[in-house]
Design a protein around this ligand. Structure first.
Ligand SMILES: [Zn+2]
Ligand SMILES: [Zn+2]
Length: 320
């Protein structure tokens, strides 16, 4: 029985983690590949049943993380406190003004399933609904397969839930890992986090190329989630995917303002461009940029008074 419980645990862990990495993250938040709606729902449900709460809430906050990395508007920047970055942000009650799905997730706000699971934008209700569905499922599992399998499933789901929270902190502590790209943020690649999260720990690569379905880029950076997407493509379940390699030139954020102001739908569409087009866009940006900024810590680039005041106000609102 112990062996079957262990096997069940590993299977549930893999399924729910894939739901988060391939479903919530690389599909919903970044649209790094396209697939039929029924495939999207199956992947997202695998994440939802890993206590991952509202898909729209998750994707919206993650987009905000990339948009405002390491600034006070970042929902979970460890430089403003480990507790807040780990779990504090998760427990807030509602979307702050700069985190509204109406602004950041226009592609999701009319989806009936995501709308329902978002519980009217009330985070606590959305988390409660998620917990209710998750615990109910394990109750049904206990009746059908016995309590041992249900317990293995519950343990796997609860541990999976902690992984993105852990990643948000560890992969933004510069000393914890290494960089392949000189991104203007604290993101680093962390091997053991990548192992636990099936490839998500190659976080510096991901911040350099957020729109890429592939995160592990070197021979030693194993990325099982990308292999899953590739396999789905081979079986016709994925229509298109955006993929970079370690040799793709990284143009950085030079010449761009600290807080990228372009509309998010454009940001998403730009993520959907083939790599060659992205290169052209980056080259275009370089040509038109008046004075390129040095690639330094993002905090240094939030220096204008109005921007700093804006951040403070949004932060206070967030804390309320
Ligand atoms: Zn990050
Ligand atoms: Zn991301």
């Amino acid at each position: 029985m112990l062996v079957s419980c262990l096997i069940a645990f590993l299977c549930f862990y893999t399924v729910h983690m894939i739901g988060i990495t391939v479903g919530y993250h690389r599909l919903l938040a970044h649209r790094s590949y396209t697939c039929p709606k029924f495939v999207e729902y199956i992947l997202v449900m695998a994440g939802y049943l890993g206590f991952e709460s509202s898909p729209m809430w998750w994707a919206t906050l993650h987009r905000a993380h990339h948009r405002y990395t390491d600034t006070e508007l970042d929902p979970h920047a460890p430089k403003y406190g480990i507790y807040e970055a780990y779990i504090g942000w998760f427990l807030h009650k509602e979307y702050a003004d700069h985190l509204k799905p109406e602004k950041l997730s226009k592609d999701m706000i009319n989806d009936p399933l995501y709308k329902f699971l978002d519980a009217g934008g009330d985070w606590h209700r959305a988390h409660l609904l998620n917990s209710f569905i998750n615990f109910s499922l394990r109750g049904i599992m206990a009746l059908v397969w016995g309590w041992e399998i249900a317990a293995a499933s519950l343990a796997a789901a609860l541990i999976v839930q902690q992984m993105p929270l852990l990643l948000n902190v560890v992969c933004h502590i510069p000393k914890a890992g290494y960089k392949n790209f000189n991104t203007a943020d604290t993101s680093v690649n962390v091997g053991w986090v990548a192992f636990l999260t099936l490839g998500e720990g190659w976080h510096n690569n991901h911040h350099a190329f957020p729109g890429s379905a592939r995160h592990g880029l070197t021979a030693t950076e194993f990325d099982p989630s990308w292999l899953v997407i590739k396999t789905m493509k081979a079986f016709g379940l994925v229509r298109w995917m955006n993929e970079v390699s370690i040799t793709t030139p990284y143009k950085g954020l030079q010449g761009e303002p600290a807080v990228v102001k372009k509309p998010v739908e454009l940001e998403i569409v730009s993520d959907l461009q083939p790599v060659s087009t992205k290169r052209e866009m980056a080259a275009d940006r370089e040509r038109t940029a008046p004075t390129p900024l040095p690639v330094t810590n993002l905090a240094d680039r939030t220096s204008t008074r109005s921007r700093a005041e804006g951040h403070r106000r949004a932060r206070q609102k967030l804390k309320r």
